[in-house]
Structures are given as C-alpha cells and as structure tokens.
Design a binder for this molecule. Structure first.
Ligand code: G3I
Length: 449
C-alpha cells in the first residue's frame, strides 16, 4: 500500500496547484450536512465503511448524519464474498445494506473483479477455469444484491500505471482481453437495475492511463457492451491535476455517468482546497452522480498517517469538511443531473405545491426495461409517499425494489416501504422496477402522505 501511496503523491506533486478559494458563502437554503447539501444538487455523498466498525456509536452517528450512500471498504470484495470456490459469504455485505436501508441511504457495490484481494483459490486458477469462476462470481454476487446496489464497480484497476495506457498484467487479463466486457455482460444480466462502472486510480486528469480507459469506454459504447459509469478513485496527494474537471467531462461526453469513488487527500495546507476543487468539478459536470470519500475519520483511513479524510480522529469536522459543504451549497439548489444509463430517457413532473415530485430514468432494451425512480420531497419533510406511473398497453411490471406496487399493468401505484417513507425537506430517495414491454412514457405523479 505504501508503495502505491508514494507513487500517487509523487504523480500529483508535479501537477499544478489548486486554483480557487475555499470560502464560499452558503446560500439561504444551505444544507447543514453533506448528504442534505449534496441532495439539493441532485447528488449523493457517500463514504466507505468497515462493517465491523458500525458497532462504534461515534462512527455510526457520523455516518448516519452525513452520508447518503455507503460502500463496503472490503466486505464485498472477492476474498470476502467467496472465500471458498462456490461457497458465498454475504453476512457483512448484508449488514451494510441493512444499515444503509434502515437509515435512508443507498449502496455502491465494490468490487466484483479485481486483480487484488482475490481468495487464494482464485489466485491458483488460470485460463478457462479462472474465466468461468470469475464470471460465476460476478453473477452470484450481483444477483444476491440485485435491486439493492445503485452502482457496481464491476471491474477495478485493470489498467497499468505508466506511459503506455494499456492493460495491467494479471491472472484475469491472461484469460483474454475480453474479460472486462464478459464481466459487464454478466453483471447486467444478474442485476439489470444497477449502473455498471469501471473504476480506477491515477486517472485524475487527461493522462495515458485515463486515455486508455477512455478508449475502452468509447469502444464499449460503440459495440453495445453494457457500461454505464466510470469511477474516479481520486486518492490524491498535495496537488490535483488542473484538468480534473475536463477529464470527467470528456468521459461524460461519451454517454456514461461519472462518479468520484474513493476520495481522500493528503493533509497539508492544500487539503481543503483540493477537496473543494473535486466537489466543484462534480457539481459542474451534470453526469457526475456523486462523491464517495474513502473512510470517515482520519483514524479509519488506509492512509491514516496522512490524515486524509473530512473528520479528525475524534470525529470533529475538519476545514476540508467545511470546504466541501460550502461547495455543495454554493449557488443554491439545482435540478438533478440527467440520468445514468445507456438508452435512458428521463421525465419529471413539476412540483404541484408541497408534497413530492418523482423523476423516472429508463434503461430499455427490446422487450423490457428497468425504471429507476427518484422521489424528492418539496420544501417540507414527507412522511410516506405513493408514486403512480402509467404503463403503455402491453407492458407489465415484473418486480419492484424499495417500493411495493399495486397492480402490474396500466396505472401502477408504488408505495414506499418501511425504511424509505420519511424524506427530509428537499431530500430524496430511490426505488425501481423492472418490466416487460416498454417503460412509462408519461410523467409520474407523486403524492405525499
Ligand atoms: O481483516 C484482516 C485482519 O483479520 C488481519 O488481522 C489483518 C492483518 O493484516 O488484516 C486485515 O485485513 C486487511 C483489510 O484491509 C481490513 O483491514 C488487509 O490486510 C488489508 O490488505 C486491507 O487493505 C485494504 C486494501 O484495499 C487492500 O488492497 C484497505 O482496507 C482498503 O481501504 C483498500 O481499498 C482499496 C480499494 O478497494 C481499491 N482502490 C484502492 C483502495 C486503497 O488501496
């Protein structure tokens, strides 16, 4: 780990220093927590979590107050979820999902396939035996968490560092260059409602590595390989590439969403500025769905000697926290970014006064669709909601998650479940459903109460 850290910092140190002041006056409707302020910008704000630490009440109370998306720092990786071939272990991952749902949060999935943290049995495989074990792993894990993950890191860190922009050598890469697309196809089949991401580090500006990934994403989009998003880990040192935002935007322009997935920044005079720059970039790029920081307090971090997080080891908010919050609040609320997936359409209904609104994003294919519905409270908190959608003739709902439906054809009403009925003023939650035929074309109607 320290070798990689050193390399990250060395790479960053030669880059331009951050421009722009940290201090931005909060707007009149300023959110007072990261999750509330991010929601006003239509984004999630997440953190990596060690499930075993959730019993630490100081840790859990920061998480529950500040974050709207959780990702398992280690508990959903291959070595954790399939310690012996074909024998799956989801206890910790399930606990994390339950904690998120009980506290009105969504979940990122990390990571289905990676050259590191493989169980020893997989490290000993090669060729077609490894390929089929890997695809089985993707299928079983994505199917287990189906409907509960907003975005999966399907493949993590498959590109090499250095100047070539090519793939990293690994046992997975040696099964054939098509291993990445095979993984994405398997993940889509197992959980059609999740956004599927490629995730990597040292991709913080336009460089050989990010360009190699860019070329792969462009190729995938042109051939219909199901990729929806790219994760930029953003483990940063004491500088940040001057073209950080431009790099996010060039990926968004390919028709994928972008997400900041593992943000942490070495402590130093520039820490708050760098956090602010990353936050500003995500808000400026409409397809940037949200930011995840890689841990809660400095003492929780994999880089703890660099104090790289938003809370100090006693759980106090740092300057970097204030910098992020101010950037999230700058300019007041804005509408959510356009939706995620390929072949996606979005519709929204205007706010009829109090209550709630709903926006639908569709991921459609011939004969079927997955709809992700975002329910947003107006200026007052909502306690219970019903969203009614109109399906075209011949279409039917086959399953729903995070909501229960009445009816499956024509006018279908979706009612909140126990953990997502309460929404803070201007806050939001998501549910989804899958169906045959075509998805709803008309505007959904949201009713509070
Ligand atoms: O749980 C065992 C414990 O039982 C044992 O006693 C101890 C002894 O070393 O190890 C513990 O496991 C460690 C695990 O973290 C949980 O703390 C592993 O050794 C250690 O290797 C592992 O490190 C994780 C690292 O990925 C592995 O590569 C870090 O927590 C985690 O933050 C880090 O996360 C990665 C992302 O997944 C991908 N991007 C880079 C990022 C930082 O390296």
């Amino acid at each position: 780990m320290s070798v990689k850290r050193t390399r990250l910092i060395a790479l960053c140190s030669g880059l331009l220093a951050v421009a722009g002041a940290v201090a931005v006056m909060p707007s009149a409707s300023a959110g007072t927590t990261l999750r509330a302020a991010a929601a006003e910008k239509g984004r999630y704000f997440g953190t990596a979590v060690a499930t075993s630490r959730l019993s630490d009440s100081a840790y859990a109370s920061i998480i529950n107050r500040e974050f709207s998306s959780l990702v398992a720092e280690n508990d959903m990786k291959w070595d954790a979820t399939e310690p012996q071939q074909g024998r799956f272990s989801f206890t910790n991952g399930d606990r994390l999902v339950s904690h998120a749902q009980a506290n009105g949060m969504t979940v990122r999935g990390h990571a289905l396939l990676w050259h590191a943290q493989q169980p020893s049995w997989a490290q000993g495989l090669s060729g077609s035996a490894l390929r089929s074990a890997a695809i089985n792993h993707v299928t079983q894990v994505a199917a287990h968490f189906r409907g509960k993950i907003h975005s999966w890191d399907v493949v993590n860190e498959a590109f090499a560092d250095g100047g070539g922009g090519g793939r990293r050598d690994s046992n997975l890469q040696r099964t054939g260059n098509d291993w990445i697309e095979a993984a994405f196809r398997a993940a889509r089949a197992a959980d059609p409602g999740a956004k599927l991401c490629y995730n990597d580090y040292n991709t913080d500006g336009v460089n050989a590595k990010s360009t190699g990934i860019y070329t792969m994403v462009r190729d995938f989009k042109s051939r219909g390989v199901p990729i929806d998003c790219v994760g930029f880990q953003s483990h940063l040192g004491t500088g940040i590439a001057s073209d950080y935002q431009r790099n996010l935007q060039r990926f968004a322009d390919l028709g994928v969403d972008v997400q900041i997935t593992e943000l942490d920044v070495a402590q130093g005079s520039n820490q708050a500025n760098i956090y602010a720059t990353v936050t500003r970039a995500c808000i400026a790029v409409s397809r940037c769905n949200g930011i995840t920081v890689w841990g809660v307090r400095d003492s929780d971090s994999w880089r703890r000697d660099e104090n790289p997080l938003l809370f100090d080891s006693n759980g106090n908010k740092k300057q970097a926290y204030t910098a992020v919050l101010n950037e999230l609040n700058a300019g007041g609320p804005s509408s959510p970014p356009p939706s995620p997936s390929p072949s996606t359409s979005t519709s929204s209904n205007p706010q009829p006064g109090g209550g709630c609104t709903a926006t639908v994003s569709l991921n459609s294919w011939t004969g079927g669709f997955v709809a992700t519905v975002k329910v947003t409270a107006g200026s007052a908190p909502v306690n219970g909601w019903t969203v009614t959608v109109s399906l075209p003739s011949g279409s039917a709902v086959t399953s729903a998650w995070s909501a229960t439906n009445t009816g499956t054809t024509g006018s279908v009403a979706f009612r909140n479940v126990s953990y997502n009925g309460g929404i803070a003023a201007a806050g939001s939650t998501e549910f989804g459903f899958q169906g045959t035929g075509n998805g709803p074309a008309a505007t959904p109607v949201c009713q509070a109460g």
